[in-house]
Design a protein around this ligand. Structure first.
Ligand SMILES: [Zn+2]
Length: 131
């Protein structure tokens, strides 16, 4: 019989969980044998973060205020995507695509916002201060 290491990987310091794609998680484990993303001890926190994701409560209030309103849901989505890539719920390629689309959106909104500020300044200049 082959005596290959079939179930000898139990306590090698690596997370014991299996990812959504069927591969074993490769992340260093915490004390309970699972990494942060898979640990049952952090499950409550993660579920809480997930359920609040749509309401922006998961992101710090300060960062939230600095973000344009349109970008706020995006932040939660991207932060969640990091964990999802980590756990294998989505592929790294999907994560990369999300991040690339997100940065295009950010760039565009930045330009739009700049345009809006510029025309406000131009308007202010021609309105009052020309006299
Ligand atoms: Zn894991």
């Amino acid at each position: 019989m082959d005596d290959e290491n079939s179930t000898t990987t139990e306590n090698d310091g690596i997370c014991r969980a299996t990812r959504a794609d069927g591969q074993r998680c490769t992340v260093r484990a915490l004390a309970d044998g699972y990494c942060f993303a898979h640990s049952p001890s952090t499950e409550d926190k993660r579920r809480e973060a997930r359920s609040q994701g749509g309401q922006n409560k998961g992101t710090p209030a300060r960062a939230d205020r600095l973000l344009p309103r349109d970008l706020r849901p995006l932040l939660g989505l991207l932060i969640r995507a990091m964990t999802e890539v980590h756990t294998g719920a989505i592929t790294p390629q999907q994560g990369t695509a999300m991040s690339s689309i997100a940065s295009s959106v950010v760039k565009m909104l930045g330009i739009v916002e700049l345009e809006a500020r510029m025309s406000q300044i131009e308007k202010d200049l021609s309105d009052g201060h020309a006299s």
